[in-house]
Each structure stands twice: as structure tokens, then as C-alpha cells.
Design a protein around this ligand. Structure first.
Ligand code: GSH
Length: 215
């Protein structure tokens, strides 16, 4: 069975949990506690397994895959139904562009290790860290909302079924709410997030439904 190195509140791991559930693929979740101060991702045995010292990572029969989007593409190629990225080149590019805005332009700047560094090395206060965090979300979400306004309204981000775009949007929205971001400028993104969170695959993947969740 596939093993997912996971953490309940990791939004990158949350993406992979949604993808696995959408595909109906069973997996075992192996929690790696990345809470600052605990930092299991930086210690053995995980560190040798994944020198990137991040979650998620997926243990397959062929070996380990790191990076959530690489895992999701592998899942899409290995279990093609339902598709996370449309086969049509143009439609596929639109979905990937949406997903990458979140996964490569917003999320990395708000990673735990980035926040810890601006706190410890540059004396950022908790208020400054919050501002920093919300800034990158607002910038990325504004672009996605603007692009969404140019398209007809749809149930999910790109049509009647969830795609990689919804897989990335929902975890990023959870982070945005946790850091008290004003989401009123992004009504389409909010509606898509609400819709997707009613889907069983998304419910099962939600942070609060994980075995390592701290309530
Ligand atoms: N680009 C990576 C990002 C992975 C990532 O940043 N994971 C975070 C949790 S969401 C992490 O492990 N942080 C631990 C750290 O920063 O030390 C991916 O998409 O998988």
C-alpha cells in the first residue's frame, strides 16, 4: 500500500490527500510532526529518507516521490480516472497555471521555515509575519480572481468536476482563513472552495479529520 509522509496541517500534504481520495486510492498516512520546535522533518529517520526535509512524500513500490505536484502528476498518470489535469493541452495549461500560482508563487513564501527565518534572522514581529503571510495570498488570489472573472461561472474551478486547481485552492484557502485573510475581494474563489469542501474526497482529506490532528 502507498505510504504518505503527512502532517495534518500541511497544505502541500493536504493537496496529496485530496488527490489520493479523488482517485479512490488507499494509502497509509505516516505523520511527520513539522511543528516548529518539534521539527521531525529535520531529524532522523525522516531526514535521510527525504533530504528536502519537507512533507509530503509518497512511498511507492518504485521508491519515494517528493513534491506535492510531482506526486499528483504521478497519481494522474498511474490512476487516470478521474483526471486531475484535462487531456486537452489548452484546458490542461489553464488548470496547471491556476495550480502553480498557488503552489509556486504563494505557498513557498509562507512556508514554516520562511516564517521562522524572517522572525529569527530579521526580528519580524508576529504582526509583521501575519502581514507578510496575507500579502502573498492576496497578491496571488487577486490574479486568480481576476482571471476567473473572464470565464463563465462554473461549479468547480474549471467545470463540473474537481481538477488540480481545486486540489490546490482548498488547502490554500484553509491557510488564508487560519491567518485571518480578508477573503471578501475573492467571491469566486470563496464559492469554489465552499463547493469543493462538500465533496467526500475533500472532507476526508481535511486537516481536522486526520489522525494526528491537534484540536
Ligand atoms: N513545494 C513543496 C512544498 C512542501 C512544503 O513546503 N511543506 C511544508 C508543509 S506545507 C513543510 O514540510 N515545511 C517544513 C519546513 O518548512 O521546515 C511541495 O509542494 O511539496
Amino acid at each position: 500500500m502507498l505510504k504518505l509522509y503527512d502532517y495534518w496541517r500541511s497544505s502541500a500534504a493536504y493537496r496529496v490527500r485530496i488527490g489520493l481520495n479523488l482517485k479512490g486510492v488507499e494509502y497509509e498516512s505516516i505523520p511527520v510532526n513539522i511543528m516548529p520546535g518539534v521539527d521531525e522533518q529535520m531529524r532522523e529517520p525522516y531526514r535521510s529518507k527525504n533530504p528536502q526535509m519537507r512533507v509530503p512524500a509518497l512511498e511507492t513500490e518504485q521508491g519515494l516521490i517528493t513534491q506535492s505536484l510531482s506526486i499528483l502528476v504521478w497519481l494522474d498518470q498511474t490512476f487516470p480516472n478521474p483526471r486531475l489535469v484535462p487531456a486537452d493541452p489548452w484546458a490542461g495549461a489553464q488548470v496547471r497555471s491556476f495550480a502553480l500560482t498557488i503552489a509556486t508563487d504563494i505557498h513557498p513564501l509562507n512556508n514554516t521555515s520562511v516564517l521562522t527565518r524572517i522572525k529569527l534572522e530579521f526580528s519580524a514581529s508576529d504582526d509583521h509575519v501575519g502581514e507578510w503571510y496575507r500579502h502573498w495570498i492576496k497578491l496571488g488570489f487577486a490574479a486568480l480572481e481576476h482571471q476567473a472573472e473572464q470565464r463563465p461561472q462554473t461549479k468547480y474551478c474549471f467545470g463540473d468536476e474537481p481538477t488540480l486547481a481545486d486540489v490546490c485552492l482548498v488547502p490554500q484557502m484553509a491557510n488564508a482563513r487560519r491567518f485571518k485573510t480578508d477573503l471578501s475581494p475573492f467571491p469566486r474563489l470563496v464559492a469554489w472552495d465552499e463547493q469543493a469542501r462538500k465533496h467526500p474526497a475533500f472532507i476526508k482529506a481535511a486537516p481536522e479529520n486526520q489522525k494526528d490532528a491537534v484540536r
